[in-house]
Design a protein around this ligand. Structure first.
Ligand code: F0G
Length: 486
């Protein structure tokens, strides 16, 4: 096992400051503010009923702290807003496209850079071009939309994360690593049916856990041996590179940028949801070297997204993205980003709240099953906890467990997924420490009263990606928790 080397917390600040500050400050100040909705418990109970207890159906104006996702919810910098104003909106050959293309090429080293409106469009286009029934796509773990797009193309999606990656309490520093023995076995047995190997950095499904460079290098070696291309799902590549720098021996003196470049150079291509580490509200891309694949992808792009120099985005979006992809590699920003997540994690851990540890780069994941041990996994403990956080404190989290990855069995009962997590994702550069303190207090409040919470059942569901649209009802007559009551 790799030894954890936690870099001094304020690595960058120490270098610059005259004194050794323990406080990692936001490396920005705020110049534009948005009012925060404040609601009553009664109001939230009514909204929950209207939403069929599905938090995706709530209006944002009824949510006080929105930790549903870090995707497209970040704040742009003044440099990005300036870039937005000078975006070139030409249909073909836009200047903003070439700015974006040159940043992505420098980062990834790939010849073909294909913009898409977001990550799942890149997934659909790539797997639409290369997928067919009978093929299998192994990954450390597929995110939900990735799995859905792989499956929609006829391929089987197979998750091969290391065993520690499914153990919420394992302190392995790289719980996103691929299980090399299982990957090797699959490639030996069915290599000819594997169009590519996908590594998600960081592994969102497993808790935003990073993948080590050592593991990526070993995966690449296996891919080379079996002549199978390696692709990254690189939505959170900068956070992953930061963890390599701070946790993996031999990387502390490297810049995060050079680590990210090495990650990309180990792969033959990458799928990006720029709504995360692109620091923009919309955008994505595909980057790859293979000319034939790039040609098929561009044809599909023209059919459904747009001409290859805008790919479903406005020129201004590409201009802001070109700036965001540079800003995200600022190590002061990454120090602050990872420290904010760790702050939330460590304070909740001190209260005894069961969590996925160590914390990842974009979110803290509560272990819903351990939080509500009296609610059976088939009764959706993660959903029950998410609902309680909204009802009690106006906080919107997202269940990443049986609702998202399980399914309804023949007998109508839920077939649980390996874990029932509740993700508190921190949008980038949006909430301050007092917002996070409020969240800590709220989770602590619900934790003290957890015995009063009951399970939920699904009352209607669509055939795919059911979590976005299904309806729930409480199993028992839920009185909820009254303030002050236990
Ligand atoms: N890959 C990963 C690892 C993701 O986390 C996401 C999205 C996607 C692909 C799809 O990208 O949303 O731009 O189409 N994750 C969001 C989340 C939705 O909340 O974690 P998209």
């Amino acid at each position: 096992m790799i030894q954890i080397i936690e870099a001094p917390q304020s690595q960058v600040h120490r270098r610059d400051m005259a004194f050794h500050a323990r406080t990692i400050i936001e490396p920005f100040k705020v110049r534009c503010v948005e009012p925060l909705p404040m609601t009553s418990r009664e109001h939230r109970e009514a909204k929950l009923r209207e939403a069929r207890h599905n938090l995706f159906a709530l209006r944002a104006e009824d949510v006080t702290i929105d930790l549903m996702t870090d995707s497209g919810t970040g704040a742009m910098s003044q440099a990005q807003w300036s870039a937005l104003m000078s975006g070139d909106e030409s249909y073909a050959g836009s200047r903003s496209f070439f700015e974006f293309e040159s940043v992505v090429r420098e980062l990834t080293g790939k010849r073909h850079v294909i913009p898409t409106h977001q990550g799942r469009a890149a997934e659909r286009i790539l797997f639409g071009a290369i997928g067919r029934p009978g093929l299998v796509v192994p990954a450390n773990a597929h995110f939900d939309t990735t799995r859905a797009n792989v499956t929609a193309s006829g391929c089987e999606a197979l998750d091969l994360v290391i065993a520690e990656g499914n153990d919420p309490r394992s302190l392995h520093p790289f719980k996103g690593d691929v299980d090399l023995a299982r990957l090797d076995a699959l490639l030996c047995e069915r290599g000819a049916s594997v169009p590519l190997v996908l590594v998600t950095v960081t592994n969102n499904t497993g808790g935003g856990q990073p993948v080590s460079m050592g593991n990526l290098r070993a995966v690449r070696e296996l891919c080379t041996r079996h002549a199978v291309p390696l692709f990254l799902d690189c939505a959170r590549f900068a956070e992953n590179a930061y963890f390599i720098k701070t946790r993996e021996p031999g990387f502390s003196d490297r810049s995060v940028e050079s680590i990210a470049q090495e990650m990309f150079r180990l792969a033959h291509g990458a799928l990006m949801s720029a709504k995360k580490d692109g620091l923009v509200n919309i955008g994505g891309f595909l980057a790859l070297d293979d000319d034939a694949w790039a040609r098929s992808c561009r044809s599909a792009l023209i059919l459904t997204e747009g001409f290859p120099t805008y790919g479903g985005l406005a020129g201004r979006d590409l201009a802001a993205l070109a700036v965001g992809l540079r800003e995200v590699l600022d190590e002061r920003y990454l120090d602050y980003r990872v420290a904010s997540v760790r702050y939330l994690h460590d304070h909740l851990a001190r209260l005894g709240v069961p969590l996925l540890s160590p914390p990842g780069g974009h979110a803290v994941y509560l272990d819903g099953r351990a939080f509500l041990p009296h609610v059976a996994p088939r009764d959706l403990p993660g959903q029950a906890l998410s609902i309680a956080l909204y009802r009690e404190a106006g906080i919107r989290a997202v269940e990443i467990g049986t609702v998202m990855f399980g399914r309804t069995g023949e007998d109508g009962r839920q077939i649980p997924s390996p874990m029932d997590l509740v993700r508190l994702a921190l949008p980038r550069r949006v909430y301050t420490q007092s917002h996070v303190d409020y969240v800590i207090e709220a989770v602590g409040y619900v934790f003290e009263r957890r015995a009063a919470l009951g399970g939920y059942r699904i009352v209607d569901e669509p055939p795919t990606l059911r979590h976005f649209d299904c309806g729930f009802e409480p199993i028992a007559d839920e009185r909820g928790m009254r303030p002050g009551g236990k």
